[in-house]
Design a binder for this molecule. Structure first.
Ligand code: NAD
Length: 258
């Protein structure tokens, strides 16, 4: 039976890597995310051609509950099932709390936390009908510990840990598991965009930001790869993970062991 996998924010970075890994595994994919329509179409066609699967892109804006509802409805209508939901879309803004723009706070909470409530709200009934399903929330090391100047991101990621645990308990006897993955730093556009600003505010080179700021707490002194996160998602969606629910897997080079 061909599985259907929804991955939010899968036009770039970790989400794209997860979508590609599930496509390689033979699943039909619902891609989501922003970007140049021509580039997204090329990625979609390539994923289909390389893997012999069906891939659709839905442009739902993760700040818009109606568009999220439509994405889930279209996924079910097109493929007749939703086996795996990966809540991955996320954005970042770095500023002290007293200077944090309120509209940025609202946007980060909407995309990084509330959108996962909406996707789950609409997907769980489809999974319940099937008597099985896997929900994987891409949290962060910042779902477990904090860093300064990232209040909205850290609050949203801590929130997603609570949503994960609560939903897992509700669904424990339904065949649906709910878990989080907590990555350390992965070099994706989300992180690369922060480096020039961090270099400017700290008065150090961009190379020093990578090695002395970002990797300071990553005990391995290496960035996590997109493939590491994708492989963890594939594992959580496998039969071997059927008794793993309401928890997280840290893929953070030892960051949160400290
Ligand atoms: P990225 O910037 O490469 O990708 C983000 C994706 O989210 C893109 O596809 C983008 O189009 C999409 N997106 C943004 N706003 C959206 C909106 N309003 N509606 C729909 N889609 C939207 O970032 P990434 O580094 O791949 O991050 C993916 C996830 O991994 C995020 O939740 C992030 O918090 C988490 N994460 C990343 C790192 C890291 O070091 N990169 C570490 C821990 C956790």
């Amino acid at each position: 039976m061909t599985r259907t996998v929804i991955v939010t924010g899968s036009t770039s970075g970790i989400g794209l890597g997860i979508a590609q890994a599930f496509a390689r595994d033979g699943a039909n994919i619902v891609m989501n995310g922003l970007g140049d329509p021509g580039e997204i179409e090329n990625i979609r066609l390539m994923m289909e051609a390389e893997n012999g699967v069906h891939v659709i892109h839905h442009a739902a804006d993760m700040t818009k509950p109606d568009e999220i509802a439509d994405m889930v409805a279209q996924a079910e209508q097109k493929f007749g099932r939703i086996d795996v939901l990966v809540n991955n879309a996320g954005v970042q803004h770095v500023a002290p709390v007293d200077e944090f723009p309120p509209e940025k706070w609202d946007q980060i909470i909407a995309i990084n936390l509330t959108s996962s409530f909406h996707t789950m709200h609409h997907t769980i009934p489809v999974m319940k009908k099937a008597g099985k399903g896997r929900i994987i929330n891409i949290s962060s090391a910042h779902g477990l510990v904090a860093s300064p100047f990232k209040s909205a991101y850290v609050a949203a990621k801590h929130g997603i840990m609570g949503l994960t645990k609560s939903a897992a308990l509700e669904l424990a006897e339904t065949g649906i598991t709910v878990n989080a993955i907590c990555p350390g730093y992965v070099l994706t556009p989300l992180v690369e965009q922060q480096i020039p600003d961090m270099a400017k505010t700290s008065g150090i080179s961009e190379e020093a930001v990578k090695n002395e700021v970002l990797l300071r707490l990553q005990a391995t002194k290496e960035f996590v790869s997109i493939e590491d996160i994708a492989a963890t998602a594939i594992f959580l969606a496998s039969d071997a993970a059927s008794q793993i629910t309401g928890t997280h897997i840290s893929v953070d080079g030892g960051w949160t062991a400290q």
